[in-house]
Design a protein around this ligand. Structure first.
Ligand code: C2E
Ligand code: MG
Ligand code: MG
Length: 409
C-alpha cells in the first residue's frame, strides 16, 4: 500500500508523545501526519472534509476531553475512518475502550500500550484499509410507524446480501439477506433504525414478507446463472407468533420455486429467552417443512444447555464480538472455543460472524469452524455487485475458484 494514502492524526495531550509518535510514523514512511493535543482541536480538524484523517491514533487519558468522550463525538460527526487506541492503562481498560468504540461501529485496528514500539505500530497500521464502500449513512433518526409502513408499501426496502464462505476453501456457499431502507431524503437507513419500530407497531410481518419475496426472487435469478446459494433471512421473534406463519412461508417459497432446504431462518439468541411455547411450535413446524434454522448472535444471550438441546437448530452463528480479535485475546478465544465445541457436540454447523481482518480469517480457518462471514470476506452488498465480488475473492482465495457453481447437497 502507498503509505502516503493514509492521512493520520495523532491525538495526545503530551507534546513529547506527539513528537515521538510522529517520528516513528515518519520512519515507517507515513508522511501525512497531523497532531493535536486536545480533543476539541481534533474535532475541529475532522469537521473539515479536506483535512479529515482516515486514521486516528488516540490517547485515552487526556485531561480536558478523555478518549472515550472523544469517541462519542466522533460518532456524532459520522467519522468513517479507523482508530488505534494508545494508553498507559492496563490491557483490560484498553479492551473495554476498544469494545465501546466498536459498539459505536467505529473501525478499531487495535490498541497499543505506552510506550508504543515501532513494530507494534507498524503491524496495526498495516491493517488499515480504505473503507470499501461508503454508504451514505443516514442520521440516527427515529422513524415513526407511518413512515415505516409507507416505506414497506412503496417498496423502498431493498435487500443487501453478505457472502458466507467455507473456511476450508473459501468457497461461497450462501448469503445472508440484510434489509436496508433506501430513503428518498436520508440515504441508506440501517435496520437498527426501523426493525424495532416495525416490531412495536405490528408491521414486522409485512416487512418480513417484503424481504422474503425479494430474496426468493433473487435466489431464482442466481439459480438461472448457475449459482446455487443458500439464502439466509433474519426473522424477528414477533414473526413467530402466528401459527399460520409456517404455511404462509412455505407457500411463498413454493410459489417462487425455492426449495426450503436452501432457506436458512436466523433468529437471535437474546430473543430465545422469552416465552417459547408458541415460537417453539412454529420453529419446529418450519423445521418439519425442511427450512433450516439458525441461531444468530450466539453468546449475547443466556441460552441454557437444555434450551439449545431442545430447539431444532441446524446452524449456530457465533456473535461477532467473540470473533474479531479472538486470536490475540484469551477471553474472546475462550468464549469462541466453548461456543464452537457446544455447537459441534449438538451437531450444528457453525458460522463465525464478524471476520473483519486477515488475523480473524486465519484464526477461524484454524479453529475448526465451518463457515465465515464478515467485512474481510465481503461487506453486505446489492445483488448486482455479487459477480464482481466473486471475481475479486478468487484472487484472495484461489481454492474457491469455480466452486461457487457447485450445488450444495
Ligand atoms: P445480524 O443478523 O447479526 O447481521 C449481521 C450484522 O453485522 C449486519 O448488520 C452486518 O452488516 C454486520 N456485519 C457483517 N460483517 C461484519 C463485520 O465483519 N464487522 C462488523 N462490525 N459488522 C459486520 P446490519 O445489516 O446493520 O443488521 C443489523 C441487524 O438487523 C442484523 O444483525 C439483524 O438482526 C437485523 N436485521 C437485518 N435485516 C433484517 C430483516 O430483514 N428482518 C429482521 N427482523 N431483522 C433484520
Ligand atoms: Mg443474522
Ligand atoms: Mg449476527
Amino acid at each position: 500500500m502507498n503509505n502516503s494514502a493514509i492521512n493520520i492524526l495523532l491525538l495526545d495531550d503530551e507534546q513529547f508523545m506527539l513528537k515521538l509518535l510522529r517520528r516513528m510514523l515518519e520512519n515507517l514512511g507515513y508522511t501525512q501526519v497531523s497532531t493535536c493535543d486536545n480533543g476539541h482541536a481534533a474535532l475541529e480538524l475532522i469537521s473539515h472534509p479536506d483535512d479529515c484523517p482516515n486514521l486516528i491514533l488516540l490517547d485515552l487519558n487526556m485531561p480536558k476531553m478523555d478518549g472515550l468522550e472523544f469517541v462519542r463525538h466522533l460518532v456524532d460527526q459520522h467519522y468513517i475512518g479507523s482508530l488505534i487506541l494508545i494508553s498507559g492503562e492496563d490491557e483490560r481498560m484498553l479492551l473495554a475502550a476498544e469494545k465501546l468504540a466498536r459498539a459505536h461501529k467505529i473501525t478499531v485496528l487495535g490498541h497499543l500500550q505506552k510506550p508504543a514500539s515501532p513494530e507494534g505500530l507498524a503491524s496495526l497500521i498495516k491493517k488499515w484499509a480504505a473503507p470499501l464502500q461508503i454508504e451514505p449513512r443516514a442520521e440516527k433518526k427515529v422513524y415513526d410507524a407511518d413512515e415505516v409502513r409507507a416505506a414497506i408499501n412503496k417498496g423502498e426496502l431493498v435487500n443487501y446480501y453478505q457472502p458466507k464462505v467455507l473456511t476450508s476453501t473459501g468457497r461461497l456457499v450462501g448469503v445472508e439477506t440484510l434489509v436496508r431502507w433506501r430513503h428518498p431524503r436520508d440515504g441508506i437507513v440501517f435496520p437498527d433504525q426501523f426493525i424495532s419500530v416495525a416490531e412495536a407497531h405490528g408491521l414486522i410481518d409485512d416487512l418480513a414478507r417484503a424481504v422474503l419475496t425479494g430474496a426468493f426472487a433473487q435466489f431464482k435469478l442466481w439459480e438461472d446463472t448457475g449459482l446455487m446459494l443458500r439464502l439466509a433471512v433474519n426473522l424477528s421473534m414477533d414473526n413467530l407468533t402466528s401459527l399460520d406463519f409456517p404455511d404462509e412461508l412455505a407457500g411463498l417459497a413454493a410459489s417462487a420455486g425455492v426449495p426450503p432446504q436452501m432457506v436458512e431462518l436466523e433468529v437471535t439468541e437474546t430473543r430465545l429467552m422469552e416465552d417459547l411455547r408458541i415460537p417453539l411450535e412454529i420453529l419446529t413446524r418450519l423445521r418439519l417443512k425442511r427450512f433450516r434454522l439458525s441461531i444468530d448472535d450466539f453468546g449475547t444471550g443466556n441460552s441454557t444447555l437444555a434450551q439449545l438441546r431442545d430447539l431444532p437448530f441446524d446452524e449456530l452463528k457465533i456473535d461477532q464480538s467473540f470473533v474479531h480479535g479472538a486470536l490475540e485475546n484469551e477471553k474472546l478465544r475462550a468464549m469462541f472455543d466453548s461456543s464452537l465445541g457446544l455447537a459441534k457436540q449438538l451437531g450444528m454447523e457453525v458460522v463465525a460472524e464478524g471476520v473483519e481482518d486477515r488475523a480473524d480469517w486465519d484464526f477461524v480457518r484454524k479453529s475448526g469452524c465451518d463457515i465465515a462471514q464478515g467485512y474481510f470476506i465481503a461487506r453486505p452488498m446489492p445483488a448486482a455487485d455479487l459477480p464482481a465480488w466473486i471475481q475479486s475473492w478468487q484472487k484472495v482465495c484461489p481454492a474457491s475458484f469455480n466452486q461457487a457453481h457447485i450445488a450444495i447437497p
